[in-house]
Design a protein around this ligand. Sequence first.
Ligand code: CAA
Length: 692
Amino acid sequence: MSPVHQFHQDDVLVLTIDNPPVNALSPGVPEGLHAGLDVAEQDDRIWAVVIIGAGRTFVAGADIRTFDLPPEQSPDLRGVIDRLDSFGLLTVAAIHGAALGGGLELALACTFRVAVPGAQLGLPEVRLGVLPGAGGTQRLPRVVGVQKALEMMLSGNSVGAEEAETLGLIDDLIDGDLLTGAMSFARANVGNPPLPRVSKQKVKGGSPELFAAARAGLGKTHKGQYSPDLIVDLVELATHKPFAEGYAAEKKKFMQALASPQSRGLRRLFFAERAVGKVPGLSKDTPLTEINTVGIIGAGTMGGGIAMNFLNVGIPVTIVETTQEALDRGLGIIRTNYEGTVRKGRLSQAEMDRRLSLLTPTLSLDALSGADLVIEAVFEAMAVKREIFARLDAIAKPGAILASNTSTLDVNEIARSTRRPESVIGLHFFSPANVMKLLEIVRGAATSDTVLATCLSLARRINKVGVVVGVCDGFVGNRMVGRYGDEARKLAEEGAAPEQIDAAMHDLGLPMGPFEMSDMAGLDVGYLIRQHQARVAGAPKPGGWLDRLVEEGRKGQKTGGGIYDYPAGRTPVPSPHTAALLDTYRHEQAVSPRTIDADEITRRLIASLVGEGAQILDEGIALRSGDIDVIYVYGYGFPAYRGGPMGYADEVGLASVVADLERFGSVPAPLLKRLADEGKTFGEWDKERGRG
Ligand code: CAA
């Protein structure tokens, strides 16, 4: 059956795009629209055509899943758009939900657009590493002007129907039933020729200065990205070339962008982000626990940040500390954070007051007896956590979820200190917890499906991307970063300067290199983890020169010096002290320093991340390679346009990663070796197991 249904009422033919879930322009949709337009042309009674979407939305754009199809199998969206552009009858796009990408481009080729309040209109292609490819770069500036068009296409942000009306992007805002309103609008405008065509309008605005400023801005907002420049070029072209010329250029550049590794990476992330919520074996119908109140133990930086997530969405929080002083300090930090947002104009004073009124500070753990969810966010020591969970077990109501914000410790051991291990889970927030989008949801051996499903749903409610991971030291993110940090440390031992190592990661698009990150987190954190791991393994796991820095009291930004010096605030400056310490260390270890180039640094650091990631996949700690990428993009700033570390490895080829690991003395995980031997990618492996 065609995904486009037709019916006509008197003189109006209605074409309903019905391609769940979001009416993407998949194969069959352009054909269905053509068939409808054929009918409209052949039936003398019909004077107007209304195009509308079934279900929750108009059209969310081209079908991203078809982007890798050969051109002859790809849906011919441009064909139907071209036909609409010169169609002899009046056409109205009736928009609810979202008109995004190709959806908005389809609407822009109609003679009129109407929408219900709340509808969203936008061209988000830049987020997929491409650009509007069906006329958007040429039509949007003709309607909303160059400046607004650039703003929309470069940010990917959509505008609401009300703003769209002000901008002239829609011709009428329909209160009430959309289809009825759209048909009335069509009838009211039939017989008022000539039919308006966006492609025939003049582009509004645009000066050489404006384009120069737009290009200059890209260095900050879209550093290293390929498609934003193309968007600016095409909009500029629209200002001085006929529509047809700009339209033809757009097609060419769209294909170039589509073929780029950046677009593959961003598309991988798009689907990976949507897959993380799907846990094999966890039924969609799993009953959820209602979370109406949250208790947090510990009002330090983490506890306070975690509390803000719930306050922000209207969930009351009780926060517990052991001393009044610590409680006051924690509340002070929360208040200061909110005040900063109010000062920046992003939050009203009234809303800040409302959020703070939902917060109950207390010194009594007993106050958590009514909480639906309790999150422990205290010092990272097993003995302390076990004691807290044993006490919680006696206090918390039956069915309450008991979560630990541990970043490394064994959640199963924590769970065993209660008589209800099925209620225990890890919720690993990333610092600053009120800002970072990532939440590792650590599923213990006994964690119940209800607890897991509730935490996944809660992550969405507090605007986090929740990724389910298994129990191991450091889970996914910190375990991989540990391995990466070790490799960085070795590179420095062998002769690379710390700043050279960090620079190689900047060049890859990471905001921080491994040493800047360590200095920010505090070198003592890694030091304590190494000590802990050494104790567990019963063997020394030396941090070499890094341990020496910590033992000297150089713990990073917080002590004004670590691997780098910090003479003015948080800006790292290469440290002569660290350079001398490294020299001494190399000398003692009888290492003759060698010159190491950026290529070797990048290869080794990436191979270390990917090698550990593959091991994590092999052990079942992460469900799919895409989950690891989501963790690395949202938790560690790995550039999304590289597809995350595993996506990046797929791009360079797993055989090349294996060769790098072997060349630099590491043993690749069996899974990595096998996939490389078979010439496969992690993405293919995910798909083979039904998880892609
Ligand atoms: N193509 C294929 N599948 C799509 C899709 C698209 N354009 N948009 C969404 N989906 C799928 C999602 O993958 C998801 O599938 P699963 O249920 O199998 O996981 C499902 O639709 C629902 O999506 P969300 O979970 O994201 O639902 P939501 O309600 O949170 O958000 C949305 C809906 C705002 C439309 C969001 O999905 C979205 O932003 N989609 C992408 C829009 C986009 O980028 N459009 C431009 C496409 S490129 C283009 O059009 C090029 C061109 O110029 C021709």
